[in-house]
Ligand binder design. Structure first.
Ligand code: SIN
Length: 278
């Protein structure tokens, strides 16, 4: 365990990615030193799990997100009434879908996809409802040099119509009022701050590769989806009430497990805008 000068305790979660963070109360505004330590821990560990937390008020949650950048408004999902930048994660006995059930990096179909996402869960099922994360730096590093050079320069197509159209109708979102972005991104991206390379495709949004026919792109993408979802790159997080996870969408994927139906799981998600991947 590392204890920073601002008193934040950082405990590694797995050799590859993740850290448990204690010693900071996110329901109050954090100071400059705490921010610097959290930012460094975020870059070093890719996903942080803040434990022993109280419920964070929406205004404080938004302020915390804004310390890391401009906030993102989801193109299709319902927001919390009065808070367009808060996406309510909610599944219960009448839900038709739960959010994030397949591996993805948040809204990778946006031209400037989110840098990171902060999710606090307030209502949890008695068991289940874990979230899995996968490390896209390690997934890249484990490829052979020959395969890396094959991927170098390829541009992947990320779409959302197939996912978003009608998805949130049971939560009162009319399909005419949503956006369904499409974006083309380098298949291998370089993290703008750490400078490390990561694979940037996922089976939720990535549908093809520029300049390749369907068979050619499918064979590469299917291999990469399976490779990126390998257990060696993964962690699985079991939530406690009011834990907050903060993940880096530029170098991780995640998947929320809906194994708790008909029980309820609910929380608030604040997402931070990112740069155009390079
Ligand atoms: C998501 O934001 O993709 C959902 C994550 C979760 O509910 O654990």
């Amino acid at each position: 365990m590392t204890i920073t000068s601002s008193g934040i305790k950082i405990q590694k979660y797995s050799p590859n990615l993740g850290a448990i963070i204690t010693g900071v109360d996110l329901s109050k505004e954090i100071n400059e030193d705490q921010f610097k330590d959290i930012h460094k821990a975020f870059l070093d560990n890719q996903v942080l799990f803040f434990q022993n937390q109280n419920e964070i008020a929406p205004e404080i949650h938004l302020k915390l997100g804004k310390l890391f950048g401009e906030l993102h408004v989801h193109p299709a999902a319902p927001s919390m009434p009065g808070y367009p930048e808060i996406f309510e994660i909610h599944a219960h006995k009448n839900s038709k879908v739960a959010n994030g059930e397949f591996w993805h990096s948040d809204v990778s179909c946006d031209i400037e996809p989110p840098l990171g996402t902060m999710l606090q869960l307030h209502i949890l099922p008695e068991t289940g409802g874990d979230t899995m994360f996968s490390d896209m730096y390690s997934a890249y590093n484990e490829l052979s040099n020959k395969y890396k050079s094959l991927l170098d320069g390829l541009i992947a197509i990320h779409e959302s119509e197939h996912l978003y159209s009608g998805r949130y109708e049971d939560r009162g979102v009319n399909r005419d009022n949503i956006k369904t972005p499409v974006a083309n991104h380098p298949l291998i991206r370089t993290h703008p701050i750490t400078g490390k390379k990561a694979i940037y495709v996922n089976r939720t949004f990535t549908t093809g590769i520029e300049g390749m026919n369907k068979n050619e792109s499918s064979s590469i993408l299917e291999f990469l989806f399976e490779h990126c979802e390998h257990v060696n790159f993964q962690i699985r997080y079991r939530w406690n009430k009011n834990d907050m996870a903060f993940w880096d969408n530029r170098c991780t994927m995640h998947r929320a497990i809906w194994d708790y139906w008909p029980n309820e799981r609910k929380g608030r998600r604040v997402t931070i805008k990112g740069d155009k991947p390079v």
